[in-house]
Write a protein that binds this ligand. Structure first.
Ligand code: BG6
Ligand code: MG
Length: 210
C-alpha cells in the first residue's frame, strides 16, 4: 500500500528542465561544444557537476578544475536569472489537483530533487506549503541514479521505500527509484521511454494508481 509520494521537481512539478537546457546551451555555445535537446536528456536528474562532465565529453579541449568550477557557476547564474521570471502560474498542469487529491486521501507528500536550487524554486512557485518533506541537492553526496535523495525523502516522511511511490521524468530518476526499492511512476521523457513501473500519459493519472 502506498502511504507517501515523492515527486521529482524539474520536469515533473514545473518545466524548469527547459531553463536548465537554455542555460547549458548558452555555455556550450560559448565553449563551441555541440549540444542539443537530445544531448540534454542525458542531464535530467543528474547533478550540476556531473552534467558539466557530460557536456565536456564533446569538447576538443581539456579543462582544469578551476575552469570547470567557473563554467558550472556561469551556468547556474544564467539558470537563476531565468528562475527570476518564475511565478505560481508556472506550476505544471495538473499538479495542484493531484496534490490536493493525494493529501485528501491521507498520502504524505515529499519532493526529491538533485537540484540545489530547490528551495528557491519551491518558494517562487509557492509550492512548499503542500509538502510534508523536502530532500534536495543540498542534502546529498550522490545524485540520481543513486537513490540517496529519495531515501532521504522517505526517511523524512518516516516511511519505508516500499511504502512510497516516486514520480520522475528522468531516466536517471527512474533508475534511482528502482535502486532504492521504490515503485516509480514516470511522466515526460522517462514515460516516453516506457521506464518505471507506471509510465503515465499525464500527471493526473497518478491519482488512479495510488
Ligand atoms: C535536477 C535536474 O533536478 O537538478 C538536472 O534535472 C540538474 O538537470 C540538477 O542538473 C542539479 O540542479 P542545480 O539546480 O543544483 O544546478
Ligand atoms: Mg526531473
Amino acid at each position: 500500500m502506498i502511504k507517501g509520494v515523492i515527486f521529482d521537481l524539474d520536469g515533473v512539478l514545473c518545466s524548469t528542465d527547459e531553463y536548465h537546457y537554455l542555460a547549458w546551451k548558452s555555455l556550450a555555445d560559448e565553449l563551441d561544444i555541440p549540444f542539443d535537446r537530445e544531448a540534454n536528456n542525458r542531464l535530467r536528474g543528474v547533478s550540476r557537476e556531473k552534467s558539466l562532465e557530460i557536456i565536456l565529453e564533446r569538447s576538443t579541449k581539456t579543462y582544469g578544475e578551476k575552469e570547470k568550477k567557473e563554467f558550472a557557476d556561469r551556468k547556474n547564474r544564467r539558470y537563476r536569472e531565468l528562475l527570476e521570471g518564475l511565478t505560481p502560474r508556472d506550476v505544471a498542469e495538473g499538479v495542484l489537483g493531484v496534490l490536493f487529491c493525494l493529501k485528501k486521501a491521507g498520502i504524505r507528500l515529499a519532493v526529491g530533487s538533485s537540484s540545489k536550487n530547490t528551495p528557491l524554486i519551491l518558494e517562487r512557485l509557492d509550492l512548499a506549503q503542500h509538502f510534508d518533506a523536502v530532500a534536495d541537492g543540498n542534502d546529498i553526496t550522490h545524485s540520481k541514479p543513486d537513490p540517496e535523495v529519495f531515501l532521504k525523502a522517505a526517511e523524512r516522511l518516516e516511511l519505508r521505500p516500499s511504502e512510497c511511490l516516486v514520480v520522475e521524468d528522468a531516466e536517471s530518476g527512474a533508475a534511482a527509484g528502482k535502486a532504492g526499492g521504490f515503485r516509480t511512476a514516470t511522466v515526460g521523457e522517462a514515460a516516453r521511454l516506457g521506464l518505471g513501473d507506471f509510465p503515465l500519459r499525464r500527471l493526473s493519472d497518478l491519482v488512479s494508481i495510488v
